[in-house]
Design a protein around this ligand. Structure first.
Ligand code: F6P
Ligand code: MG
Length: 449
């Protein structure tokens, strides 16, 4: 099943696809090569050095393919479970297509798979993550917002002693609004766009105070927060909530603060986090990033200027989160489907096991821009098209779970927004679709059985 609107492609000069395929991807790849050279210079073992040199040569070949706009070739068999999926798609739809005239979503995803292949066919560097250093670095530069949240949320969440049920519900609604927004705006710090951020830039992006959130709520162009609370979350008791994660570091930290509250409030007793199997769109969460976050909160010394009580609050939260993991209340998963070029319109048909698994959830929260693009097929959908229509089978297939998209808008496709407002922004604020200043919180009920 396909939507009726044309997909974005790299040669579309009017779209962010063009700058991404033409300039951003080569820049990102260049930085990845620099990172690998740094690692090479720190290595002492001869076989590992020779092996890594070959990885770098393969990255340089990929750079040439990208810059001279070569056709997309098949993925080499590196023994991974997703090779067949990639090559089936290439054989079916992308034969003779190049980086610029293939659909943007597929071509961009394909570049990350090719980057993975540079390492996956090596002997000793199969899991090397060229973005790992960057991901860790941004988290340690986010101290202000990290401690703002940890000092507020480390102590176990409790309602006031005399609170009536109605009071409790009111309080929960407020926290829901606030933390959903924390989780939403956590998506603004995405490394693929903000390569040269200063500490102050990061601080401005990550401010989590109440006033700031009231101000930024005005920038949520399609806002189903109330609907999600009224019709779904306020009614949940001990449910299961899934996060289809986006970026590592600060965004993941915000997701966890939110997920922590969902458990403590009794709304959920089980949270599933879905990450990526390999380095993806620069900053996306892998299992290594997941472990890194929890362990460096617990044992690390990332924040030399922090006070003892700030550090204690971070450790207190990390200890609780680790306990959730041990108790099976938090489950980290990484299905191969997430690292493919498919839009989620194809999720029920191409990854039925994953779809059935998600269908058992009470709410699936998709974080970030790329997930939103994949939900909407990354095509030229008019802004006024309702979210439910735009996500096709993910709202209409038999058993489709309730779905939320929490996304700061960083690329062309925008749905579920008043047409006049979008037209006005197109006219008066060109660049609004890629600035990350605006956001959407969109909800689809699904067709739960
Ligand atoms: O390269 C463009 C893009 O795919 C956009 O979706 C966005 O600019 C970025 O990469 C990823 O953003 P996010 O981390 O929020 O998915
Ligand atoms: Mg991302």
């Amino acid at each position: 099943e396909n939507p009726p609107w044309p997909a974005y492609r790299g040669y579309h000069k009017f779209s962010f696809a063009n700058a991404t395929m033409g300039q951003r991807l080569p820049t990102i790849l260049g930085k990845a090569i620099d990172d690998t050279i740094r690692t090479l210079n720190e290595e002492y073992d001869e076989t590992r050095i020779v092996d890594l040199t070959k990885c770098i040569e393969r990255m340089q070949e990929l750079m040439k393919d990208l810059q001279t706009n070569q056709n997309l070739r098949v993925i080499k068999d590196d023994g991974e479970g997703d090779v067949a999926m990639w090559n089936k798609e290439i054989a079916k739809f992308f034969r003779g297509k190049n980086f610029m005239n293939a659909t943007w979503l597929f071509a961009e995803a394909y570049k990350y798979r090719r980057l993975h292949e540079c390492f996956s066919i090596s002997q000793h560097w199969k899991d090397y993550d060229v973005f790992f250093r960057q991901k860790c670095d941004t988290f340690s530069r986010s101290s202000t917002a990290v401690f703002e949240l940890s000092t507020r949320f480390a102590e176990p969440f409790e309602y006031a002693k005399q609170a009536s049920d109605a009071d409790k519900l009111k309080a929960a609604k407020l926290v829901f609004h606030e933390l959903t927004q924390v989780c939403l705006w956590g998506n603004a710090t995405d490394l693929s766009l903000l390569i040269n951020m200063t500490e102050d830039d990061i601080k401005n992006l990550q401010s989590t105070g109440g006033e700031h959130l009231a101000e930024t709520e005005k920038n949520i162009l399609g806002n189903d927060l109330d609907k999600i609370w009224e019709t779904k979350v306020s009614k949940l008791k001990g449910g299961r909530i899934d996060f289809v994660l986006d970026n590592a570091g600060f965004e993941l930290y915000c997701d966890c603060v939110y997920a922590d509250w969902l458990i403590q409030s009794g709304i959920a007793n089980e949270i599933h986090f879905h990450g990526k199997r390999f380095a993806w769109f620069v900053s996306d969460v892998t299992r290594k990033d997941w472990s890194w976050l929890l362990n460096s909160m617990m044992y690390g010394s990332l924040f030399p200027n922090a006070s003892d009580s700030e550090l204690a609050s971070l450790r207190q939260m990390a200890a609780r989160w680790k306990k959730y993991e041990q108790e099976g209340k938090w489950v980290y998963e990484q299905h191969p489907f997430w690292c493919t070029g498919y839009a989620y319109w194809s999720l029920p048909s191409e990854a039925p096991d994953l779809f059935i698994h998600l269908a058992e959830s009470d709410l699936v929260i998709f974080k970030g821009d790329l997930n939103a693009r994949r939900l909407c097929y990354d095509c030229q959908t008019p802004a006024s098209i309702p979210f439910e229509t735009a996500i096709g089978p993910m709202s209409s297939a038999d058993g489709a779970p309730p779905v939320v998209s929490l996304r700061t808008v960083k690329s062309d496709v925008v749905v579920g927004v008043d047409q006049e407002r979008a037209d006005k922004l197109d006219k008066e604020e060109p660049g609004w679709r890629i600035s990350g200043k605006y956001a959407v919180v969109l909800y689809s009920e699904g067709t739960p059985g």
